[in-house]
Write a protein that binds this ligand. Sequence first.
Ligand code: NAP
Length: 298
Amino acid sequence: MAREISGTTRIAAVLGNPLDHTLSPAMHNAAYRALDLDWVYIPIATPDEASVARVAGLARAVPFVGFNVTMPFKQMVFELCDEVALTARMAGAVNTVHVVGERLVGYNTDARGVIEALESEADFAMTGQQVVLLGAGGAAGAALVAAIIGKAARITVVNRTIERAEELIERVEPHLRDAEVRALTWDDAEPAVRSAALVVNCTPIGMQPDDPSPVPGEWFGTGQVVMDMVYRPQPTRLIAEARHAGATAFDGLAMLVAQGATAIDIWEESAQARAPRAVMREAAERQLAARGEVGEGS
Ligand code: NAP
């Protein structure tokens, strides 16, 4: 039974543009019901940076629990926070803001999302492994942080704009410990992809139904793990081709669920992973099915 919205209900939200396809309200509200939290999660479409700043200002003053930030504001919201967690500073992006009194504390739960998804979908840990990240934007930043936390041995960041990959690597350099990290262009990526234990697509290639796979499927083989951060349409071309080549491949839905669940755990100030991942996943899958975005083989 859903809780009624009342005078004591606290607000959580997602800010972004566009938000037409967001699965977060369905996932979050399902979790709040399961946890009996007197919270409601709403989408707030913010057309520009000024409107994000206005909502963030409002969140300091009214009973907000926190808010998520999605494309294209994950970088700019960083500047609006009073404090930013180390993983978000390393990734260069904030996707979750906790409202603590009048203060805004920024986090990046995408990195945790990557680690949880690899565990739950492929029973894969990055320790000592070779990892290739396709892309060098905010999502790749989170995956790079996940690979560093996960103690990957060698991390290759492949990007169209090589300078952006180099900037990303420069930002995490002080935190690398023993990991070896390098930047490559797509033209030089084949040997790295072929020899990687894990390849993560952190580009939006695959979001459009006619998109090709970001790398040719024949570069993959048995024993490799391929994660596509894109989760619709299901399955993406990358997932279908990697599976055909014998790799263990899965899309970004598990990551989406885990990053949302981690946000709830932060807002609840819970030391444990309390947010019900299975309930959230079911809610997200229901939404995708209702929109006809789940295809054969997903
Ligand atoms: P972003 O900051 O805009 O970065 C996009 C990256 O993709 C850049 O490195 C860009 O290269 C590259 N790229 C874009 N189009 C390309 C093309 N046609 N060919 C080659 N490279 C291309 O975006 P983001 O925030 O990192 O998000 C990337 C994707 O991850 C999105 O689809 C997003 O929905 C998804 N994502 C999923 C989750 C999840 O929970 N599953 C979480 C976060 C993000 P340049 O630098 O050369 O432009």
